[in-house]
Design a protein around this ligand. Structure first.
Ligand code: PHE
Length: 345
């Protein structure tokens, strides 16, 4: 009878299948537990005739070992199965990348312009954004009530008295401050943020950025101005770039001009960027009015100078063909990340 039981149990143990650790434990209790089937056979073994004890003892021990080994095997296998169905973790995988910031297009253009003029020997000069009327207008030959003040719609910080505070409408104010305190000759560029009370549209904004330049020395002529602008334009827009000057008016320069560069998109043939003209307006310039030199204590009979000024948003629009100025101020990541590869300029 024991023999049959052993045979049966061996068969059962061999066919044993478990899906969970709980089932393995149940199987262990069933066969090897205190009241388990193998344990029960050991009890029965006591009643076996002595001459058979040797034989049965051996097979019974084998059965116990087989059962223990099978349970152990199942324990491990079920463990593996559980691990296999768990989400896979590849510890060699790189971590989630941190998005890298990038330079703002206006900042990229500003740096490019500053680098070009540094090569020409210009220093960078900066000044306050909240300025007084004197440095933004008066010293630049805009007399009180002069109609030219209307060219630059001003935000006033404090109105009413003789020299009100206001948000600078151009960085020419920095040029005045430079002429007041720096020894001659002067060669500076003045990058900075400026403010004008304009309705916001695709072409205009109440905040924008300028780089203005000033060169004052003995015998500075219009030819020097033209050469400086031509060299700048070729560095900025490419070696084949041509410039053309159109007469213009600014209170602080005489004569004054507006400068166009040849359209580097259609190369003069005419396209929708240059509105079919082949030319793109980029800056205003002129010979510093003697009144402006004198206001800052510079002898206009001995010294002369030229000045120029350009809007950075406009240059960036031309460079990257951006069609709406408002993109520069909205901080939309989809727009800003377009420029991430250009940060090294
Ligand atoms: N300050 C002028 C502007 O803001 C630009 C300019 C600078 C023109 C220097 C001539 C000379 O429009």
């Amino acid at each position: 009878m024991i023999r049959e039981d052993i045979e049966r149990l061996l068969g059962e143990i061999d066919a044993l299948k478990c899906k969970t650790q709980k089932e393995v434990e149940e199987a262990r209790v069933k066969f090897l537990g205190k009241k388990g089937e193998v344990t029960r056979l050991f009890e029965e073994f006591r009643t076996v005739a002595p001459e058979l004890k040797r034989e049965f003892g051996k097979t019974l021990n084998e059965l116990k070992q087989t059962a223990a080994a099978k349970i152990e095997e199942l324990k491990n296998a079920v463990g593996d199965e559980a691990a296999a169905s768990a989400p896979k973790q590849d510890l060699s995988m790189p971590g989630d990348p941190m998005p890298l910031g990038s330079r703002h297009p206006v900042s990229i253009v500003r740096q490019e312009i500053v680098d070009i003029f540094r090569k020409f020997g210009y220093d960078v000069s900066e000044g306050p954004e909240i300025e007084d009327d004197y440095h933004v207008f008066e010293a630049l030959n805009f007399p009180q009530n002069h109609p030219a003040r209307d060219m630059q719609d001003t935000f006033f910080v404090s109105a009413g008295h003789l020299n009100p505070l206001l948000l600078r409408t151009h960085t020419s104010s920095v040029q005045v401050r430079t002429m007041e305190k720096m020894p001659l000759p002067i060669r500076v560029i003045c990058p900075g943020r400026v403010f004008r009370n304009e309705a916001i549209s695709a072409r205009a904004h109440c905040i924008f950025h300028q780089v203005e330049g000033l060169y004052v020395d003995e015998n500075v002529t219009f030819a020097d101005l033209k050469q400086a602008i031509l060299l700048f334009a070729r560095e900025m827009f490419g070696a084949e770039t041509e410039i053309r000057m159109r007469p213009s008016y600014f209170p602080f320069t005489e004569p004054s001009a507006e400068v166009d560069v040849s359209c580097n998109i259609c190369h003069g043939k005419g396209c929708n960027i240059c509105k079919g003209t082949g030319w793109l307006e980029i800056l205003g310039c002129g010979m510093v009015d003697p009144n402006v030199l004198e206001a800052s204590g510079i002898d206009s009979r001995k010294y002369s100078g030229f000045a120029f000024g350009m809007g950075l948003e406009r240059i960036a629009m031309l460079k990257w063909r951006v069609n709406d100025l408002r993109h520069y101020f909205e901080n939309d990541m989809r727009f800003l990340s377009e420029f991430s590869t250009s940060t090294e300029v």
